[in-house]
Design a protein around this ligand. Structure first.
Ligand SMILES: C[S@@+](CC[C@H](N)C(=O)[O-])C[C@H]1O[C@@H](n2cnc3c(N)ncnc32)[C@H](O)[C@@H]1O
Length: 253
């Protein structure tokens, strides 16, 4: 059992807390994919189990992993509360191997954007390809970088009240461009208690992934086919104005 870091545990708890109030429409989408798969499914970067636990509760044969022991610890707590038995482990997307073949692998909520280099991106796609059975699919979503949203909101702190450990606290978040050339940005999150004392600080560096860049990665990967839809609601081809790219990469039979 990994030793848990106290600050990372607080950050995982905050993530879990905030996610319970957010409905992106993706949990149903991925849980349905896992339910309809003709074999076991694997969730990459399953976090505190926002999607993983719903899929498990639907009776899906789903495994998961995440690189954060603290996120997984929360997932196990939530599973116990719901009487579920999770099959999850600690691993990194860029360097993982599996004990069985999967019909479906999926990676929700921009987690692929945590991969900052081409090597990390291609290593991950190769690992997923190797984990899939012939004909298997890899499904993931990343946001469409919106010039308007970036111009209007990046660099500004935004504050909102959040209920945390039974108390009302203030959550502050700011997204900033970190490197224009590499198209990287950072997301900083902070939590303040009622005395204005900062109790949680975190910062993540992520990569913008416009559609054409994902397509080039797919072309450079071992996957044989790929397609992208706009959002979780339909399987309509993506078009200008859609906020989310939902990619499916397919392994040949
Ligand atoms: C936005 S959360 C998504 C969690 C969950 N899938 C969800 O939708 O709520 C991103 C997750 O990616 C994990 N992560 C980031 N980089 C990773 C990597 N290289 N390998 C495995 N997990 C990673 C983080 O620990 C975090 O739990």
């Amino acid at each position: 059992m990994a030793t848990l870091d106290a600050d990372a545990t607080l950050r995982a708890e905050l993530y879990d807390r905030r996610m319970r109030e957010m409905d992106r429409g993706d949990a149903k989408f991925y849980a349905t994919l896992a339910r309809d798969a003709e074999g076991p499914a694997l969730e990459l970067a399953c976090g505190t189990g926002r999607i993983y636990l719903d899929a498990l509760a639907e009776g899906c044969h789903v495994d998961g992993f995440d690189r954060s022991a603290e996120m997984l610890s929360f997932l196990r707590e939530r599973a116990a509360e719901r009487g579920l038995e999770p099959s999850v482990w600690q691993a990194d997307m860029t360097d993982f191997a599996v004990a069985r073949e999967y019909e479906l692998a999926y990676c929700p909520f921009n987690a692929m954007q945590h991969l900052l280099t081409i090597e990390e991106q291609l290593d991950t796609l190769r690992n997923v390809y190797d984990a899939l059975a012939p004909g298997g699919r890899f499904v993931f979503d990343v946001f469409v970088p919106s010039f308007e949203l970036i111009a209007e909101t990046y660099g500004e702190w935004r504050a909102e009240p959040v209920e945390f450990r039974g108390e009302s606290r203030e959550f502050r978040t700011r997204t900033r461009i970190a490197d224009e050339v590499e198209q990287e940005f950072t997301v900083e999150n902070e939590l303040y208690d009622s005395d204005e004392k900062r109790v949680v600080t975190e910062s993540h560096r992520l990569k913008m992934l416009p559609k054409r860049e994902v397509e080039l990665l797919a072309r450079a990967s071992p996957f044989e086919e790929w397609s992208v839809q706009g959002g979780f609601e339909s399987d309509a081809a993506i078009e200008d104005g859609d906020p989310v790219q939902v990619w499916t990469l397919r392994k040949g039979e």
